[in-house]
Design a protein around this ligand. Structure first.
Ligand SMILES: CC(C)(COP(=O)(O)OP(=O)(O)OC[C@H]1O[C@@H](n2cnc3c(N)ncnc32)[C@H](O)[C@@H]1OP(=O)(O)O)[C@@H](O)C(=O)NCCC(=O)NCCS
Length: 179
């Protein structure tokens, strides 16, 4: 396992079909209502609005491991964050922030100017992450989650500011100063 401060090379790249099994594994471990595997195949193969990335970590002398994923849907100039998760083993290393920041930077280059998402009202970790980006709560979707009737908070980021995203990309990158 990688600990904060250890050297971690990271790579963010578009999600491919060969990633689906691993991505689904992370999804199942991360959410009470995971997507079926076929949803990821649909997003990759059939949904032109879908923009999906994985983040890989490359421990020294080892094969890359997918540590997390994001799915975004572009609608006009808006990016809806459909899902984002980091494997529990790799949390609190800055990878979620890096993945979201790089994905929104890419989105901005493609004309996206605002973003929105739903998050469980109890999900403090995700809410703190989104707040770092400037997402603000603009509404509540009552009993949005079918498993326990929990409310969703609707959060939006407007405008998407590349300067802020670049700052977030560079913040606390996993790094070993000795290397
Ligand atoms: C939310 C999630 C993606 C964050 O990923 P991560 O890589 O662990 O997050 P980072 O290390 O990049 O943290 C970025 C910021 O998020 C906040 N954060 C992350 N985890 C947190 C936690 N457990 N408690 C409080 N704040 C947390 C902090 O503000 C953190 O900044 P800091 O390290 O400077 O304090 C991850 O916890 C996860 O996959 N959760 C399960 C799936 C999920 O809930 N997805 C969101 C659905 S809306």
């Amino acid at each position: 396992m990688i600990k904060p401060g250890e050297f971690v090379q990271t790579r963010i790249r578009p999600m491919e079909l060969k990633d689906v099994q691993r991505v689904h594994q992370i999804d199942v471990a991360s959410f009470a209502l995971p997507w079926p595997e076929r949803s990821y195949r649909f997003e990759i193969l059939e949904n032109p609005a879908s923009h999906n990335f994985v983040i890989e970590v490359v421990p020294d002398d080892q094969e890359p491991v997918i540590a997390g994923m994001i799915v975004m849907w572009f609608i006009l100039d808006e990016a809806h964050i459909g899902t984002i998760a980091i494997d529990e083993l790799y949390r609190r290393l800055g990878l979620g922030r890096l993945l979201l920041a790089e994905s929104l930077l890419d989105a901005h280059q493609r004309g996206i100017r605002q973003s929105f998402l739903e998050v469980r009202s109890s999900n403090q970790a995700a809410q703190r992450l989104y707040e770092q980006f400037g997402f603000q709560v603009v509404g509540i979707r009552p009993r949005y989650y079918k498993n326990n009737g929990e409310d969703a908070l609707l959060m939006t980021l407007k405008p998407v500011e590349p300067e802020r995203l670049e700052m977030l990309c560079n913040r606390q990158r996993p790094a070993n100063p000795g290397k």
